[in-house]
Design a protein around this ligand. Structure first.
Ligand code: ZN
Length: 151
């Protein structure tokens, strides 16, 4: 280990997982029917996502997204789409909050792998404040879609 700060948010242990998800694009596509849809853009990077969610009672039944942008934003959407179906809305919100806390920690929070699964791969992004919005974009889109569906 070096005490020098990493220069690349994709450097290190989780680089391959992020690049693999950026390529796999789990959950890509527009689902029908759906209960809520959110379109979000990250102006600092140009990332875009259109995310749809379908609920079954108080659980996430399906999540679909379409988007473009950097590897971090696209991989983060893929990881979210892999995890969200089957969670209750409360569980999904808990994960979104844990992801936000991790990414805003600037490296000060130990990632909760039991809760976040592959999303801990984005822990390194916390050291790059400019890229936090990239990693959060899909998760905020889901949070807002859940808000919308609850209304
Ligand atoms: Zn980005």
């Amino acid at each position: 280990m070096t005490s020098q700060a990493p220069r690349d948010p994709l450097a290190g242990l989780y680089q391959e997982l992020i690049l693999e998800h950026a390529k796999r694009r789990e959950g890509e596509g527009a689902i029908e029917p759906f209960d809520a849809e959110r379109f979000l853009r990250n102006p600092t990077c140009g990332d875009e996502i259109r995310l749809r969610v379908r609920l079954d009672g108080d659980a996430v039944d399906a999540l679909g997204w379409e988007g473009q942008g950097c590897s971090i934003s696209q991989a983060s959407a893929s990881v979210l789409a892999e995890q969200a179906p089957g969670l209750t809305v409360a569980e999904a919100r808990q994960r979104i909050e844990a992801m936000r806390e991790l990414l805003r920690s600037r490296g000060g929070v130990e990632p909760d792998e039991a809760l976040l699964g592959d999303a801990v791969a984005f822990a390194g992004v916390a050291r790059f404040p400019m890229r936090v919005k990239c990693a959060m974009l899909a998760w905020v889109a889901l949070e807002e879609a859940l808000d919308q569906a609850a209304r």
